[in-house]
Write a protein that binds this ligand. Structure first.
Ligand code: OAD
Length: 241
């Protein structure tokens, strides 16, 4: 694959951050086993029991400072450097892609670093030590400060940036998915969308996900081992041209 001639779009899921020590959602011991989705990841949960939801996300926000990008994140930032065009979509709410050097990341499910005003809907980056305390935090945008909620897309809410995401996929040459179980739509359906435009599709995942039959090429194993090797191979193939 001559990546220096290709427009590449990548979609990542929780699997890419697993080797950094962040738990995935649906694997054994995944986050949804200990914290059922309906208790922490729906607008209804926030209405019913905001303290529980707030506590869940505050502990995930605090955890960001304890983890580092892994070789899979760095392999993607190398791919971004060598590809003709590169666009990264992530379902992940962590900041490990940015910390591996890719600044232009589209977070379709939101970001832990941000909090959103419940009244105005405006998001602000809030990662100062006082922002990470257990108490609710309040916005800087309203005259009387309003409560902030996690800037996360919960079940039943619309993912972010979908128009841009569809536009990028329909005009790319290669669509690569890393570390996602194919359970959550619309992310899981993006491979089908790519196929409609004759885009080449590649999967890197630990185990076979639900939608693996949609991919032209599959690589099963840990992303931290497979991606660096693949990216180096692609760089070598490109420099032969
Ligand atoms: P899942 O937890 O559903 O799936 C993670 C996938 O990563 C599984 O298929 C694993 O086999 C794979 N995996 C685990 N370790 C890996 C490794 N080291 N290398 C490669 N693959 C590995 O996570 P997602 O598919 O990202 O949404 O979940 C999608 C959405 O569901 C999340 O964004 C989250 C969740 O509910 C929200 O919270 C809005």
């Amino acid at each position: 694959m001559k990546i220096n001639q290709l427009n590449i779009v990548v979609l990542t899921g929780a699997g890419i951050s697993a080797e950094s020590g962040l738990r995935t959602f649906r694997d054994n011991g995944g986050l949804w086993e200990e914290h059922p989705v309906e208790e922490v990841a729906t607008p209804q949960a926030w209405q019913r029991n905001p303290s529980m939801v707030w506590g869940f996300y505050q502990s995930r926000r605090r955890q960001l400072s304890e983890v580092e990008p892994n070789p899979a994140h760095f392999a993607l930032s190398k791919l971004a450097e060598y590809a003709k065009d590169f666009f990264l979509i992530t379902q992940n709410v962590d900041d490990l892609h940015e910390r591996s050097g890719i600044m232009d990341v589209v977070h379709m499910h939101g970001q832990l670093r941000m909090l959103r005003c419940e009244l105005s809907g405006k998001s602000e980056e809030r990662m100062e030590p006082s922002d990470l305390e257990s108490d609710f935090q309040f916005c800087t945008c309203c005259e009387t400060a309003s409560r902030l909620r996690p800037d996360i897309v919960w079940f039943g809410e619309q993912p972010m940036n979908m128009v841009e995401i569809y536009n990028k996929i329909e005009t790319c040459d290669v669509f690569i998915v890393v570390g996602s179980s194919g359970h959550v739509y619309p992310a899981a359906g993006l491979v089908n969308f790519a196929k409609q435009f004759n885009v080449q599709t590649i999967l890197i995942n630990l185990e076979e996900p639900l939608n693996s039959f949609m991919f032209d090429e599959t690589h099963f194993g840990s992303a931290g081992k497979i991606l660096p090797k693949l990216v180096n191979e692609w760089i070598e193939q490109s420099s032969l041209c």
